[in-house]
Design a protein around this ligand. Sequence first.
Ligand code: FAD
Length: 564
Amino acid sequence: MGKKVVIVGGVAGGASAAARLRRLSEEFEIVLFERGVDVSFANCGLPYYVGGVIDLRKKLLVQTPVSLFKRFNIDVRTLSEVTRINPQKKEVEVKNLKTSETYNESYDYLVLSPGARPIIPDIPGINLANVFSVRNLADSDALKQFIETGKPARALVIGGGFIGLEIAENMKEKGVEVSIVELTDQIMAPLDFEMASIVHDHLTKNGVKLYLKQSVTAMEGDTQVRKARLSGGEELEVDMVVLGIGVAPESGLAKGAGLAIGSTGGILVDEFLRTSDPNIYAVGDAIQVKHFVTGHEALIPLAGPANKQGRIAADNLAGRPTKYNGSQGTAIVKIMGLVAATTGVNEKTLKRLGRDCGVCHLHPDDHARYYPGFAEMSLKLIFANEDGKVLGAQIVGKQGVDKRIDVIATAIRGGMTVYDLQELELAYAPPFSSAKDPVNMAGYVAANIIKGDYAPCYWDNMVELIKGDAMLLDVRMDKEAEKFGTIPGSVLIPLNDLREKLAEIPRDKQIMIFCQVGLRGYIAERMLKQHGFTKVKNLCGGYKTYKPLAKLLKPVKPTEAASK
Ligand code: FAD
């Protein structure tokens, strides 16, 4: 036998490390400890199992202890919790949860992949029987059984993160009325506010009650929660509660062994995923990673990074030095027919870090408009003004979102710029895309901004501009204002009439152009600039970006704006 590798945690990172290690060498003795009943299950599928979209529980079991032994000769011990690490003796203490017996197991190398646990807030009533969190199959079984036997009518989801939203969707699927309470002013923290707002509207339209900037202060009931009190004073009658307020790295075991912990609370590892003890590696949700775009310390609890890190740790153990170059937070979620996705860094984080960036919004179609079944998406690209490097993207839409976010995620990995996005030659035929794919379009718009061809104005500085000495120019067709609404105080001159009506536009004032999605506004901007107008801006993303946010802006009285 070769060296002995002990792995703690048998799901994404742990199982991945074990299988890769065996593929690289038949020599290692591999022992894998898992606290739970199952190993290598698809936790990402749990919400869909709860909702019944995934009909059979066994479909979530990617491997079993028996299959891991037969195929990979891995000694898998479930219901076995590693309770202590003794780095000096190179031993772990293991508690057999079936018998409560404790024993020591030696190792040459240890791989920690204990994951992250759901955060349980300290709210009165949190321990009542109908409060659930979802981390493993056992949790999901309990939740599913409660829904199916208890037939709850109203569910409260605390927290508007990815898992909370997936659970919300699946509860709706089961016919349960859902309310979401979220502490901040938006759901899905990785999205910027205006992108999250699209999801807010969608949830509301689908009958989900959304309570933003509120927390649950107490939950009341005898054995089960019946009423939840919110910080805003509201009281919700509920039949069940699901926690989705995020996860915290399981770094206790590592801390107890004296391993270094990062500033984020995750286990500190080097680029080879080695902890402060060279015989111990750590991977997955429990570790602190370097953000691929900002270079900052981060916790990025996602399945892709965990699996890749498990594989990299195995490579290093097998004598193939491999670095982990950081995580960029590429994530996607389906919410009642809508898809929201993100990659890289968002604008609010860059602002907080004091880093300069440009952004653009566009609303391209997923495929050619003349081919049936097209759908518009909302795309935000974030880039460095200095050199055009792509820093992040967020996309919300009904279809084609996954493909575009992945192309941009790849571009970020490759260190590409917005100019590179313009050049990407992507697959096109009418059912799939347009000759200029949404990713190409994002590159064009961003490059126009950087070159100064397009002076954007954003939804959140509209009011300021209107209240100043500005003319608000709507260049849409006259029926569009009726159909979609308009910005009070705006003057309508359809784009096709603009050239003839240049005399009606003041040359000394700031001209704020808008159209429906930003494209006609850009054409109008170019026209005016070439006719000598110097103070011209175009509303980025057009009225479509602005509309859901307008209610949050201080209203401008039509008379006030019109008199400018
Ligand atoms: P895990 O896969 O959580 O595995 C850790 C295991 O270690 C656990 O089974 C735990 O029981 C065990 N363990 C912990 N401590 C000990 C100990 N001391 N002794 C023995 N065993 C121990 N990510 C995505 O990218 N996309 C998604 O769509 C997505 N959906 C998700 C949906 C849900 C409901 C959940 C819960 C997570 C989802 N994730 C998703 C996140 C993804 O599952 C995690 O990022 C990934 O599983 C992390 O892998 P890991 O190995 O670090 O931890």
